[in-house]
Write a protein that binds this ligand. Structure first.
Ligand SMILES: C[S@@+](CC[C@H](N)C(=O)[O-])C[C@H]1O[C@@H](n2cnc3c(N)ncnc32)[C@H](O)[C@@H]1O
Length: 297
């Protein structure tokens, strides 16, 4: 008579390192002989241990990121952080179902009122009319369509061809829009000191810290003296809710200052606290390029 489990394929249930007690797992393998049973058990144990090691490592990484973030330093853990990469972002947003044009991210109990309040109480008062306006990560163009008629020239920079194409369709007929593809941390084709204002919403929340730092350096390069940038970014790291990259208000402000920008304001709510970006612990930072030094004769 065939031994218990001999009829099972070695690649079948029980040899894949899945869950279950060791005894339950090894019993059907005994018919394969002692060497097979010992090795399969060792493999099961190794897979359980590697899962545990990965969990401990992820927990330690999250705590190290939190400590660096609280202190506002781009320390070794932020520098080594491998998530939220440009490649990941490119893949996710290329594959995204854009049929709702990004309005699926409108927040609050009344998403339409939230969106209107963000436009009326944040975007319109902070982004001046006219001039060259730059938007980073326009997606389906839910903010671009507000910015376009107000700007003399609107530059849309995104990491995917797909979203730039969507914006081209949405803003078809507009003659003041330029579309720029980026590798994920630079503003190619945007000239030094050529931009009056920058808007970026729901983008930096997903960008890795080193790429955020690179973009801040780019903002310092492209903004005209006195120009303004309004950037929505993460305020805390979360793998679970909202796919937030590691960042804090303090670290973002320190990076901006390090790159020569002035931090004017950081806030997470508006409209007397009725609206905000607090659901995922986010922050909006208002930056300004220093005014040109007064030249004496
Ligand atoms: C969540 S969507 C938000 C789109 C739009 N800003 C909105 O609020 O509806 C993120 C957008 O940022 C773009 N993006 C992601 N990573 C980027 C990066 N490193 N540089 C530029 N754009 C990026 C994506 O392609 C996508 O258009």
């Amino acid at each position: 008579m065939m031994g218990a489990g001999r009829g099972e394929s070695p690649g079948g249930r029980g040899t894949d390192g899945g869950s279950g007690r060791l005894g339950m797992y090894t019993a059907p393998l005994r018919g394969y002989g002692p060497e097979y049973t010992a090795l399969a058990s060792a493999r099961w144990l190794a897979s359980r241990l590697s899962g545990l090691v990965a969990k401990v490592g992820a927990g330690a990484e999250a705590r190290l990121l939190a400590i660096e973030g609280e202190r506002g330093i781009l320390g070794p853990t932020h520098r080594a952080y491998a998530g939220h990469s440009a490649d990941q972002n490119r893949e996710i947003w290329t594959e995204w179902d854009w049929s709702k044009h990004g309005n699926e991210w409108n927040d609050g109990a009344d998403p339409a009122a939230w969106k209107k309040s963000l436009i009326d109480e944040v975007l319109l008062p902070l982004i001046p009319e006219g001039g060259v306006v730059l938007e980073i990560g326009p997606g389906g163009g839910r903010w671009s369509e507000i910015l376009q008629p107000r700007a003399d020239h609107l530059v849309l920079v995104d990491i995917t061809d797909r979203t730039l194409e969507l914006c081209r369709e949405r803003l078809a007929g507009s003659t003041n829009v330029e579309y720029v593809l980026t590798e994920g941390s630079k503003l190619p084709e945007v000239l030094d000191a050529s931009v009056d204002s920058v808007w970026s919403f729901d983008v930096f929340v997903h960008i890795a810290p080193l790429d955020v730092s690179s973009y801040l350096l780019e903002l310092a390069r492209v903004l005209r003296p006195g120009g303004i940038a309004v950037i929505h970014h993460s305020g805390r790291f979360s793998r679970s809710s909202g796919w937030r990259s590691p960042m804090t208000a303090r670290l973002f402000a320190n990076l901006a200052r390090e790159h020569g920008l002035v931090v004017e304001r950081q806030f997470d709510n508006w409209g007397d606290g009725r609206f905000g970006v607090r659901t995922n612990g986010d922050v909006i930072t208002v930056l300004r390029a220093p005014a040109a030094a007064f030249e004496t004769a």
